[in-house]
Design a binder for this molecule. Structure first.
Ligand code: DCP
Ligand code: MG
Length: 605
């Protein structure tokens, strides 16, 4: 049913083509049905009576009919193919748009592997079926019914042969198709499985190598591969049966026609020409049955694919974005969280609990907390990767849920914890948020992000190719490029998710010194691991288990907040343990304060 509804929806676009193809197929089939009877006339009238004129005339007509049929058939196939490919393209586009609109949550639920299979292989299966339908849907039934009528006109006495052979063929083939059906469903799932394993392994290849897990991963792939092989072999076995069986029925039918027909010719019931025509019609009928079978064989697989595509298309994105802008795009970028609570679907406890804060334009708001505290989730909520269950998130008073995607993208820019680069060049990646940016602007952003030097060192500079995922640059370089990318897009709100962790302390300091002039009055929210990164922030939020357990400036928190003191102390101890020398370098500005706090904490103990 999914198949029919998908097909009908798209048939609207192509109905002119479809009708045209069907008419062409009709003409072609009628020509094919006409030819054997002309042939019979040549034999029975022309040859039997020695009428050469008649032979020439009828032969000429047959020649014309053949060429006409050829031309019409070619045209039908050509337009049929165009229609089917166009249909495939539309469906692929629809799937792509859907995937694009899915919230991260739903996309993760499906998994990348199956989303890719559905958008490619599944669509292709349906596209194939559409092509076959256009080619055979009209011609097969007409050929069959027309063939039967014509055959009976030639010799009604042999009609039982038609019924017997058609029924035998239909029963056998029907049984085989019935056996194939469940296998096709399994097959498509296995294609998903193998895609998933392969994808994961390519993505995680470094880890696999590092842990020498190749044998294990190879086994995993082996299992998936064997499973798909097993199913394919089963399908293959059935196919292997199918063709000999069909051929056998065809040959038996031919033999029977000649055998029984021979007697009838000998008895003078029919003429030789009629018998020849009858044989040709029977072949056409059985061919039509075979074409029908090919189609029915494709249907089960296409139905499975259609259901899978339907399932995807029917998935309502939990996030809907307004189509047209109803609110002004925020100008200042004041981000306000009010009593925000968020939990992942199915999880017992919320990950963010009752969080309220305001991040002011021109100021830096820092978020610090242990790993798993909910810092990344908090930033993702502002970006609207998820919607909170309770509370509101606004920018300049406008709820983020009422801003269009473009407005959101113009307003907020995220430097993710794990930066991602797209295949292309350094320049194309930096222009991701604003394609119109000039080279000069890119260099300026790189300068601020402390990435200028290493890009200058590259032979091609901004045109240096970057591989998918950014694996051709180092982690720290990727992080700097990602920071530069955010700077290029010039948003009102910058969200840095632990973006300075891969930088050494000195570079970190230089970057933070350069940032304020580059971000020019924008709101900056920084998630950080190192206390030294955020000592001069206007406001620091200490977050623990999804809750804000402290807020204030560095000095305020040092005096009053135990969690913060604990973080500072542990980092200082770490630095001390590393090396006294390094402790001095730990952070020139925060060092004194940190040491003081450490002393204070010691006194308390
Ligand atoms: N979480 C989840 N499902 C996700 C993402 C996160 O269940 N798709 C959970 C795991 C964590 C909690 O949410 O317990 C908070 O995750 P965060 O990514 O927000 O944690 P942090 O960013 O604070 O940690 P880190 O400092 O390690 O980046
Ligand atoms: Mg995080």
């Amino acid at each position: 049913m999914a198949l029919i509804s998908l097909a009908l929806r798209h048939a609207k676009t192509y109905w002119v083509f479809i009708v045209f193809v069907l008419v062409l197929q009709l003409l072609s089939t009628m020509a094919l049905l006409w030819l054997p009877s002309l042939n019979a006339q040549i034999i029975d009238r022309g040859i039997a009576l020695g009428d050469t004129d008649f032979i020439w005339r009828t032969g000429g007509i047959m020649l014309l009919a053949s060429f006409g049929q050829l031309a019409v058939a070619v045209a039908a196939v050509y337009f049929g193919a165009r229609t089917a490919m166009g249909f495939g393209r539309d469906l692929r586009r629809e799937v792509y748009r859907k995937v694009d609109s899915l919230a991260t949550l739903e996309a993760t639920k499906f998994g990348a592997g199956t989303l890719i299979t559905r958008g490619t292989n599944d669509v292709q299966q349906i596209q194939m079926l559409v092509l076959m339908t256009l080619n055979f849907m009209v011609s097969a039934p007409i050929m069959m019914i027309g063939g039967i009528i014509m055959a009976l006109r030639e010799d009604a006495g042999l009609s039982w042969l038609v019924w017997v052979s058609v029924s035998v063929l239909a029963v056998i083939v029907g049984f085989l198709v019935w056996a194939l059906l469940p296998l096709f469903r399994v097959m498509q799932d296995k294609v998903d499985a193998i895609n998933n394993v392969l994808r994961e392994q390519i993505m995680g290849i470094r880890v696999v190598r590092a842990f020498v897990r190749e044998p294990f991963e190879t086994d995993r792939y082996g299992v998936a591969n064997r499973e798909i092989t097993d199913v394919s072999v089963k399908v293959g076995n059935i196919f292997v049966l199918m063709f000999p069986v069909i051929m056998m029925v065809l040959h038996l039918a031919t033999g029977a026609v000649l055998w029984f027909g021979g007697y009838r010719v000998a008895d003078g019931d029919i003429q030789v020409g009629s018998l020849t025509a009858f044989l040709q019609y029977l072949m056409q009928i059985l061919m039509a049955v075979m074409m029908g079978v090919f189609m029915t064989m494709m249907i089960p697989r296409a139905v499975v694919c259609a259901e899978r595509i339907r399932e995807l298309l029917d998935t309502k994105s939990t996030l809907s974005f307004p189509e047209a802008a109803t609110l002004e795009t925020p100008e200042a970028g004041r981000v306000v969280f009010e009593n925000v609570t968020f939990g992942f679907p199915g999880a017992e406890k919320p990950v963010i609990k009752n969080v309220s804060f305001a991040a002011e334009p021109g100021k830096t708001t820092a978020i610090i907390g242990s790993t798993g505290a909910g810092k990344t989730v908090l930033l993702n909520l502002a970006l609207r990767l998820y919607d909170p269950q309770q509370g509101s998130i606004t920018v300049d008073g406008a709820p983020v849920s009422e801003l269009t995607r473009d407005q959101l993208a113009d307003t907020l820019s995220l430097v993710p914890q794990r930066p991602y680069m797209f295949s292309g060049t350094i320049g194309s990646n930096l222009r991701f948020g604003r394609t119109a940016a000039t080279d000069e602007e890119l260099w300026e952003a790189l300068r601020v992000a402390q990435g200028e030097d290493f890009v200058r060192e590259r032979e091609l500079g901004l045109d240096e190719p970057v591989s998918q995922g950014g694996t051709s640059v180092s982690g720290g370089q990727r992080q700097r490029l990602s920071i530069a990318r955010a700077l290029v897009s010039k948003p009102k709100v910058y969200l840095f998710d632990d973006s300075f962790s891969a930088l050494d302390v000195a570079t970190d300091a230089r970057l933070r010194a350069a940032l304020p002039s580059a971000t020019q009055g924008a709101t900056t929210i920084i998630v950080a691991q190192r206390v030294s990164t955020i000592t001069d922030a206007d406001q620091i939020l200490v977050i623990e288990g999804g809750e804000i357990v402290g807020r204030g400036t560095h000095d305020e928190l040092l005096g009053s907040n135990e969690v913060y003191q604990e973080i500072v102390r542990s980092q200082l101890e770490q630095a001390e343990a590393d090396d006294d020398q390094e402790r001095i370098a730990f952070d020139s500005s925060a060092g004194a304060a940190t040491a003081a706090a450490y002393g204070a904490k010691r006194e308390v103990e």
